[in-house]
Design a protein around this ligand. Sequence first.
Ligand SMILES: *[C@@H]1O[C@H](CO)[C@@H](O)[C@H](O)[C@H]1NC(C)=O
Ligand SMILES: *[C@@H]1O[C@H](CO)[C@@H](O)[C@H](O)[C@H]1NC(C)=O
Ligand SMILES: *[C@@H]1O[C@H](CO)[C@@H](O)[C@H](O)[C@H]1NC(C)=O
Length: 547
Amino acid sequence: MKMGSFSLPHLLSVFTFITFFLVSQTGPATGLPLTTNSRWIVDEMSGKRVKMACVNWVSHLEVVLAEGLNKQPIDAIVGRISSMGFNCVRLTWPVYLATNTSLASLTVRQSFQRFGLVEAIAGIEANNPSIIDLPLIEAYQTVVAGLRKGKVMVILDNHVSNPSWCCNNKTDGNGFFGEKYFDPDLWIKGLTRMATLFKNDHNVVGMSLRNELRGPRQNEDDWYKYMQRGAEAVHAANPNVLVIISGLNFDTHLSFLHDRPFALTFSGKLVFEVHWYSFSDSDAWASENANKVCGVLAANMKRQSGFLVKRGFPLFFSEFGVDQRGTKENDNRCLNCALAVAAELDLDWALWTLAGSYYYRSGIVGLEEVYAVLNWDFDGVRNETMLHKMTSIRYPFQGPGLSTGQPHKVIFHPATGQCVVRKSQSGPLALGPCSSSDAWHFSRDKKVLRIRGTPFCLRAGEAGKPAQLSKDCADFDSKWKPISESNLQLSTTTGKNDTVCLDVDSANEIVINPCYCVSKDSSCDPSRQWFKLVHSTRQPNLEFFSN
Ligand SMILES: *[C@@H]1O[C@H](CO)[C@@H](O)[C@H](O)[C@H]1NC(C)=O
Ligand SMILES: *[C@@H]1O[C@H](CO)[C@@H](O)[C@H](O)[C@H]1NC(C)=O
Ligand SMILES: *[C@@H]1O[C@H](CO)[C@@H](O)[C@H](O)[C@H]1NC(C)=O
């Protein structure tokens, strides 16, 4: 068949299909489309910030169907996505779904039959009978429509060309322009087709042009050439969507943008994306001191991509994730550090990943995904503690149109995803939702952490006791300094001249303890004592605001 062309009957059926969903749904997810205002993604109509809090949903493997439709009805999965606190999905797709007509027109049943997936077919027949005999491209549209019905925004993410698991650094043929499966012209055709096909789906708010560019062929000149062409093609086909651009080296590297701009003929739609996983640095997190590794790698991330927000570009932290069983020290330590950076830079983000198991991945039937927020059967959350911690960063600390106060700090605790809050006017202090934080002010010269508009400052008192709120802010034990290579341990000196750190006890109260695991030691995890002073302009908690 001719690559990249849909036959007329096919287009007609797509059209009927779209029309059906347009009349049957109640309205767009929120005030869409989205646009950019400096580094912020905002609602184009109101100008108000929309913080993207997404989860990745895999739909680019050999069978080319969003995972889990053999386990649960689409509506049930979409309902869970919302109730878990995500407002958006980064939905992956392979180029060939858009360019290979004989692939796109295989029915779901035929696609699964190719791999002998008899059980999965029965599961889809039981849970989603209306899609089992749809062509793959229409099944993909049905998932997007299901997300729209559930008021979940969608970012179409071109993950690979040839449907398969991604990504490795050897030549899997999908890594960079010119590799076996990665023909730039075909890729542009695929992007154009997808942009066109979803033009009227107003919950499709962005297109991620290509996931994790990598491998021996990667180079900056081709990156500029093709990513600019891809961006222009998508914008020409659908001027409403955000155009999201991945860096080199598995989407970790964008530092070349420091001195070579990414020129486009349009404005207000460009977003960059970045990924961060523990395994990119082999087992550094577990085998070295976590303060040191966090200090080095957080600085590295800011140099490679984080700087873009200061240059006025939105940065979408579009993949990060860990083994949700919580048993991998390497993952856990990395996550705490990454959450501190994500809160500090107030990034839009997408967690890896939704699907608790795969129909068929890398030759294995029913493979379990321990990085997933949903369990194997897609009917519950794998780990509530982990989920709560990871989704805590959906709270926007800054941005246009949010209820605003004076610029201030909140004291963010990445290990729990919570912030330091007052339980009553003069304490005690505990962890709670960041939206309940007071407006802390940190004076760089005096080193005092004071709650604005009150006489209270944070004072250590004695090691082993709760941290205090005091009106007497002149002593040594109310002068705070971030220490360690990560700068995440907040320390001071007690009356007995001991160096102590802010800590959390088992009841989530804020206490004072000797600083631990500050350097050298790799056998310990300092994250219980990690606090990040995050800049915020939100209206602070006014509950105890008297005098
Ligand atoms: C198109 O897809 C079909 C079905 O998967 C496959 O057999 C064929 O090789 C593909 N063609 C190309 C050019 O990739
Ligand atoms: C992948 O290979 C490139 C060279 O082709 C190398 O520079 C890079 O460090 C490798 N990345 C990983 C994560 O192994
Ligand atoms: C959930 O994750 C936490 C770490 O955040 C871990 O301690 C706990 O054992 C995990 N629970 C389950 C059920 O896997």
